[in-house]
Write a protein that binds this ligand. Sequence first.
Ligand code: PLP
Length: 400
Amino acid sequence: MKENSKVNFETKCVHAGISEYEFGPVVPPIYQTSTFKFESVEHGASLFAGEKKGYTYTRMLNPTIQAMEDAIAQLEGGHKALGCGSGMAAIHTVFASLTQAGDHVVCSTAVYGPTTTLLNTIMKKYGVETTFVDTSNLDEVKKAVKPNTKVLYVETPGNPTLSISNLEEIYKIAKQQKANLVVDNTFMSPALQNPIAFGADIVLHSLTKFLNGHADVVGGIVVVKDEATYQHFRKTLNQLGGVIDPFNSFLVHRGIKTLWLRMQKHCENALVIAEWLEKHSLVKSISYPGLKSHPQYELGLKQHRGHGGMITIELAGGLEAGKIMMNSVKLFQLAVSLGGVESLIQHPASMTHFSMGKEARLAGGITDGLVRISVGIENVNDLISDLESALEEVRKVNQV
Ligand SMILES: *Cc1c(COP(=O)(O)O)cnc(C)c1O
């Protein structure tokens, strides 16, 4: 589809990024090739000089990858996008492109764990300092900004608290400082939130999650707003080498066709489950942006077209209760990651963060009873029955 901002989002999901190919296929062919033949030395030279359009080498650009990139750039309302080998490769490409030794970053405390680690280890080693603040509190953001701040990095809703940060206001703070506002939009997907509409300079995703949606690809993407930034980022990505491959790009592009449909169902199911969990006596607290009890519910209504498929609860009974719940679910699968059609459940204190020890966990906001749920597109009654019987097991053991 030629870029056409007039058509609606569902239509874009189906048609964006698809152009003309030899023999007229309706989906982009998988150009599973590492390199491209030149017709002559002159042709090769003109391609490398950027005078002619075409492809030279798949790390630089490939038609299947580009089709997927164009689709996501359109869905986010950006100029162009860069496909990366994982969400982390996308995040690394962004920081490597935007910062140098002596620069400063302001980052949400509620971000994906490995993002924090990247900033605290590799970026720090390269001379980039980071201040972590609760970006849902604008005063904290204002206080953290310094004359050498180059990037304000926000994830909203945040991980795993699902706190919501005000993108429009944070953008104003970023611009006063001539810094870039970078938003990790993985939890919402472009179907539910478009950070560029609120000013964001850069939007990135882990494609592994909602965009692909089928738990069979690891990938990432960076969306930019202008050609100069695109060229600069493309050079960085070519040098770092963290690119995605044609087959995974094909799968992601295929997944995107049902993004709107899937997101509707994720939101619908998650709201029903959140309302049910909120009333459950073994749930001490719950965070879901679609519940009126969420502290930034009103802000969420302005920023999202739906509240997403992620729910975080605090279970009564702490570590033991969490373990029992994890071992009792049958339909929900015990796994990290999120955003696929299948429902997943995770208990950081007994699983991903167990080896850290309780004190370190608490310092990072991981309480013993914290359970994160990625609600899939199954029948919601089946999902609730599964949670109900798992919580019944927790109750039995707690009473003994
Ligand atoms: C998973 C995730 C990432 C990292 O993506 P990978 O594809 O696993 O490298 C980054 N941000 C968020 C919010 C994520 O959920």
